[in-house]
Ligand binder design. Sequence first.
Ligand code: ATP
Length: 473
Amino acid sequence: MIKLETIISLAKQRGFVFQSSEIYGGLNGCWDFGPLGVELLKNIKESWWKAMTYRQDIVGVDASILMHPRTWEASGHITQFSDPMIDNKASKGRYRADNLIEEYIEKLRKKNKNEIADKLEIELSKAKEPNDYYNIIMNFSIPDPVSGGTDWTEVRNFNLMFKTFLGPVDDSASTIYLRPESAQGIFVNFKNIMDSARMKPPFGIAQIGKAFRNEINTKNFLFRTREFEQMEMQYFVKPGTELEWYEYWKEKRWHWYIENGMAPEVIRFKDHEKLAHYANKACDIEYLFPFGWGEIEGIHSRTDFDLKAHQEFSGKKLEYVDTVNKDRYVPYVIETSGGTTRGLMAFLCNAYTEEKLTDDSGKEDTRNVMKFVPQLSPIKAAVFPLVNKDGMPEYAEKVFDDVQKNFKAQYDTSGAIGRRYRRQDEIGTPFCITIDGDTLNDNTVTIRERDSMQQVRINADKISNYISDKLIR
Ligand code: ATP
């Protein structure tokens, strides 16, 4: 299993992901995407957008990040969107109380102390209020994982929404929030979209956008950050049909990850044991990260909770009126909610490969390859003149210009051809196109495929078709 540190350092060296404001020492829980990172992020979003909205029954929206503060009263975020937080008085370490307990359980299991671990797990599954967590931590003498001390404060609930002010007056009347999820931008636009796009259930609204959570502990690189991006879709259905649609979307979303290169062994469904009060079924899709299984997407059957709440708080009817069948109802909702940036981290881990090779002379070597499926690869093709003379660079530049009309490409003239292949392997470029002496006579080029390292010779004017045939979407 690869180490997370390997992925973080690779991401920095090759220009996928940098620490935010690194020259100032970085900003905790925030990351920047470099030249290859933005391409990968864009490709993930494009693949999702095409899979989710290039169909009759789903349309898109791009709602603003700042929303009317009543939105968060209706959604329950003002009262409910908090994590239990605890401080260690001696070490000043601050933790999410539930995570502290979970990590302690894991440690116990590693030491084969399964009996206490089982007991703790049962207690944790019953805990709801800050005091419940506090009692568990005290009764089981759970120590600070860094200092080992057990001198704890009470557990308090900490709201995760970032506050700011609308306009020049910073008083409580002008308090607004950076959205902690993109879903509410979909619910508040439900009526606008149903009417303007003439949609009727079952239909969905999709959105990709930033969300912000003032997480107590950020950790594991892009897994838990304070600013991140989500890809969410809310599918509105007739009450009573929601569980069929729930199964439908579970299947669809599973296949999206498979199509994008994840093997069935590294993803799994995990049903929610504790259902949120508004959900009648929910599960996560988890990916096997270097640190263990972690959620990358949630699929939730949310009943009519959200639309009913917005109906109540706004006083506006949010129902579908079926004039033909003389029926009216507030639709039920199936939500698919994936992390774009957390997903990017999963795709980075998934692509990372070290291959042992033996050359003709029997010498062993390691090839580092990012095995992205071609549609996710940041760079789709690299163009090389075999040597820097005899008209090859001029021809190669023309090929490069042509390829660039359709695909993000790189042009490289430096070093032996083998070195150039390796550089592209390391960033996951699926196709390397070489212009050699024969090209000038017969207009054919070689295309070397990243994973098989096989070469084919094709006519230069067929390159774009060749590449697009290999992209699924
Ligand atoms: P968790 O239990 O990990 O905090 P959650 O259940 O609160 O996540 P949702 O609210 O369902 O997450 O959000 C949907 C998706 O958004 C998650 O599957 C994840 O991919 C992404 N996401 C949520 N919080 C973060 C975060 N702090 N940093 C990065 N991605 C996140």
